[in-house]
Design a protein around this ligand. Structure first.
Ligand code: SAM
Ligand code: SF4
Length: 314
């Protein structure tokens, strides 16, 4: 069923407690409300990117001084994946900076990483920019479970955030990934100067894809000095919870993930978000280039909320 912007706008503006109740009901119909899925993420290739994404420290076009890190070797990646598993992660994500990876030695090494991480008993995810059909097929053969490719914002606001590609280019890659039989992880960033209408339009776009993403990460912008959006207004906490609730209602069977910026949300806002349907988190201390959760803060929060961690679905 296709969703309309008007329907989604109406839901987003429900009285707050009605919205929470509606979203929570959808959540318990489709998932165990006491369980969260945990991922860890590692930047396997960092910086020097030719794209001009306004939020990103890794774009060579932004004024951020970030040392370039070429592709990590397999043993370093496996060491990080083992630690992730010890911390309770069921999925390990590997991220490479860049518009795309050309087929060749680097791509082969990524496939090797996917195979080896999977052999540790973890679900695998990579995010490498654009993909060809042949690359998607090779990743699937290597055991890839998820491909992350965020649409980032609404179609209307997109050109203010990225000019080196279009949102339709992103959707094409999502379709290539799905055709290869790989789950898609796709969401966006909030707090870059977009309106609530833009945020709602982004969720409607994701929900209306032929196959909605299996996982929908919502990143709260981590402001990086030198980027083009480093002075934008942060999203209000209640609007953030409303977004989570709307994502849950529009995409009942997708995992809704609180991704970057979680360390700026209070425990209470995280608890409200989880009640509203968020059921996936990143546990790593770093998310690519920025800080995430420290000192076992999640363990303490999970105890307070009686949450358990989901096992890998291999
Ligand atoms: N180059 C690949 C791509 O663009 O798909 C993968 C790496 S990219 C860094 C992965 C995602 O991280 C982006 O799509 C974006 O949503 C998120 N991200 C990057 N910088 C961020 C920031 N400063 N705050 C919040 N999320 C951010
Ligand atoms: Fe490059 Fe990805 Fe960062 Fe955009 S988000 S600048 S494509 S690394």
């Amino acid at each position: 069923m296709k969703h309309t912007f008007e329907e989604a706008l109406d839901i987003f503006h429900y009285p707050f407690f009605k919205l929470l109740r509606t979203a929570h009901e959808v959540h318990v119909q489709n998932f165990d409300e006491q369980s969260v899925q945990i991922s860890d993420i590692l930047s396997v290739k960092t910086g020097g990117c030719s794209e001009d994404c306004a939020y990103c420290a890794q774009s060579a076009r932004n004024g951020v001084k970030m040392p370039k890190q070429p592709l990590l070797d397999l043993e370093t990646v496996l060491e990080a994946a083992r630690k992730a598993k010890e911390r309770g992660a069921s999925r390990f994500c590997m991220s490479a900076s860049g518009r795309c990876l050309s087929s060749g030695a680097e791509f082969e090494k990524i496939c090797e990483m996917v195979k080896s991480v999977k052999a540790l008993g973890l679900e695998t995810c990579v995010t490498l920019g654009f993909l060809t059909e042949a690359q998607a097929a090779q990743l699937k053969k290597s055991g890839l479970d998820y491909y992350n490719h965020n649409v980032d914002t609404s179609p209307e606001f997109y050109s203010q955030i990225v000019s080196t590609r279009t949102i339709d280019d992103r959707i094409k890659t999502i379709e290539i990934v799905q055709k290869a039989g790989i789950n898609v992880c796709s969401g966006g960033i909030v707090g870059m100067g977009e309106t609530n209408e833009d945020r709602i339009k982004m969720l409607v776009l994701l929900a209306n894809l032929e196959i909605p993403p299996r996982c929908v990460p919502l990143n709260k912008l981590v402001k990086i000095s030198g980027t083009r959006v480093d002075d934008s207004n942060p999203i209000d906490d209640f609007d953030f919870v409303r977004m989570i609730a709307l994502a849950r209602i529009l995409m009942p069977t997708s995992y809704v993930k609180i991704a970057a910026g979680r360390n700026t949300l209070s425990e209470s806002t995280q608890a409200l978000s989880i009640f509203a349907g968020a059921n996936a988190l990143f546990s790593s201390e770093k998310l690519l280039t920025v800080d995430n959760i420290k000192d076992n803060a999640d363990g303490k929060l999970f105890d307070k909320l009686n949450l358990s961690i989901e096992n890998p679905r291999l």
